[in-house]
Design a protein around this ligand. Structure first.
Ligand code: FPP
Length: 249
């Protein structure tokens, strides 16, 4: 069994990103409305956050609402927009006990006011916590993030703050929502779909990918631990040779 305490000793991931998929199919398989799947998915968020914290993972980024999800039926969108509030109401005391810091990436300003209020409250309340940073991708799209970065770089070039000849990978990264986080070493997608779906396009260039058939609401702590364990056994070469292996990013 994977030894949680030793996770960092054996190069466990610092940053794990998850595409939480399969809520709708999970609900359908039980003859329930789709929103019940999302509700159950929220419980999974809670247990995976606790598990990730135990494994000493520093950043957990969860794809909670994509820029494409607005095209879902209005009733579902409206429920998904209520979820952050429901989640924070229910679990904020536990997040505080767990020393979890809540943050977000995505076009925050476009969210409904009640969603922004609930999330901002949790972000503010947890800002001094020093355990796991839980990053909700809300109204997030990878291409949108890249275009936004390009526009802001262009503005800074026009202003003369930076010179186009000085733009590097590192400069570019500082214009992304994720500027304060390391790139994820591991990206997990649940529900048997093998797509990236516009998630963290820039940041996952060297991430290990893990796909499981399990629907998100059914993902257990045991399976999560075994996914992390399987990541630890992978040989990451970053385009180099085995001998040149390095452990940073
Ligand atoms: C994808 O499943 C899931 C989503 C679009 C929403 C993710 C939200 C949660 C897991 C709830 C937790 C969120 C917060 C903010 C605490 P799907 O609906 O596409 O499933 P399907 O592919 O089976 O239809």
């Amino acid at each position: 069994m994977f030894n949680e305490k030793n996770s960092t000793d054996i190069n466990g991931p610092n940053h794990v990103a998850i595409i939480m998929d399969g809520n709708g199919r999970y609900a359908k398989s039980l003859g329930l409305p789709r929103v019940k799947g999302h509700e159950q998915g929220m419980e999974t968020v809670r247990r995976i956050v606790v598990a990730a914290n135990q494994l000493n993972i520093k950043y957990l980024t969860l794809y909670a609402f994509s820029t494409e999800n607005w095209s879902r039926p209005q009733s579902e969108v409206s429920f998904l927009m209520k979820l952050p509030g429901i989640f924070m109401n229910k679990f904020l005391p536990e997040l505080m006990r767990e020393n979890v810091k809540v943050e977000t990436i995505g076009e925050f300003d476009e969210l409904p006011l009640h969603t922004k209020k609930a999330v901002s409250y949790a972000v503010n309340k947890t800002k001094n916590n020093t355990g796991l940073t839980l990053i909700f991708a809300l109204n997030y799209g990878g291409r949108n993030e890249i275009v936004r970065a390009v526009k802001n770089i262009a503005k800074d070039v026009e202003r003369g703050t930076i010179e186009s000849s000085n733009i590097t990978d590192e400069t570019f990264s500082t214009y992304l929502y994720t500027k304060d986080y390391p790139d994820p070493e591991l990206l997990i997608r649940t529900s048997g779909e093998y797509r990236i779906s516009n998630f963290l396009l820039w940041q996952i260039s060297y991430s290990e990918l893990y796909f499981t058939d399990t629907y998100w609401p059914e993902l257990s702590v045991e399976e999560f631990n075994s996914i992390i364990e399987s990541y630890c056994k992978r040989d990451r070469r970053f385009g180099g040779l085995k001998e040149e292996r390095h452990d940073e990013n």
